[in-house]
Design a protein. Structure first.
Length: 203
C-alpha cells in the first residue's frame, strides 16, 4: 500500500472484484471489467493519464451492480440487538416478540469479532498463602455492590463492604443511594481512627 498525497479520487479494489467473480483486463487505452464465467462485459473504463477512470455519472444501476456490496442482514440485526444469540433472535421472530422485526432466518455461520473479544477472559490472580500486610488497617478491600431487587428493612438498596486485609474483619454498610458511599466510608474511618488511634490514608 502506498500513500498518495492530496488524493482526490476513490480507489477501486481489483482484488475484491476478482473475489466477486469478475475478470479484469488492462491494455494501453482502457480497462475491461467482465463476468469471469459468462464473459459478459460489465463496464469499460478509459485511461486518463496514468489512471484508469471509472465514469459512473451517466451509467445505469444495472451496469454498476458489480459495485454494490452485499449486506448480511442476519448479522446486521445481530449487532443491532446488542449481539444477542442467534437462537434468541430466531425465537423473537418466530413468536413476533418485536414489532417491525424482519422475518429472517438467523444462522451462526461465522464468528462475530465483537462477541469473540467480549468473551475473552483474563487469567485469575494466583492465590497467596502468606498475608502481605503486617498490621490491621494497613490495607482495606472495599466493594460497593449494585442495587438489590429487594429493599432492606431500613429502606436501603446498596451495600458497602469493607474488609481488613490483615485481620479479615468485615464492615457492612447499607446505603439508600450509590452516592452515599464516600460519606459513609469517611464516617466509618473517623470512628475507627478514634478507637484504634490510627490514620487511614487513601492511595
Amino acid at each position: 500500500m502506498l500513500y498518495v498525497d492530496s488524493l482526490k479520487h476513490n480507489l477501486l479494489s481489483i482484488s475484491q472484484l476478482c473475489d466477486k467473480g469478475f475478470k479484469i483486463e488492462f491494455n494501453r487505452n482502457y480497462c475491461l471489467i467482465s463476468e469471469a464465467i459468462f464473459g459478459k462485459v460489465v463496464h469499460i473504463d478509459k485511461k486518463i493519464g496514468n489512471i484508469y477512470m471509472l465514469n459512473v455519472e451517466h451509467a445505469s444501476f444495472h451496469k454498476l451492480s458489480f459495485l454494490v456490496s452485499k449486506i448480511d442482514y442476519s448479522w446486521l440485526w445481530h449487532r443491532r440487538a446488542a449481539h444477542i444469540n442467534m437462537h434468541h433472535l430466531n425465537h423473537l421472530v418466530r413468536k413476533d416478540l418485536v414489532i417491525g422485526h424482519p422475518k429472517l432466518k438467523f444462522e451462526k455461520n461465522k464468528l462475530c469479532e465483537a462477541c469473540q473479544k467480549g468473551k475473552r477472559v483474563k487469567k485469575s490472580f494466583q492465590s497467596k498463602n502468606v498475608v502481605s500486610t503486617s498490621k490491621s488497617l494497613e490495607l482495606l478491600h472495599i466493594d460497593l455492590f449494585s442495587p438489590s431487587r429487594t429493599m432492606s428493612l431500613g429502606g436501603n438498596y446498596y451495600g458497602l463492604v469493607i474488609v481488613d486485609d490483615y485481620s479479615r474483619f468485615t464492615w457492612t454498610l447499607f446505603l439508600k443511594t450509590k452516592n452515599e458511599a464516600l460519606n459513609a466510608f469517611r464516617k466509618l474511618a473517623k470512628v475507627i481512627q478514634n478507637e484504634k488511634g490510627l490514620n487511614i490514608v487513601s492511595k
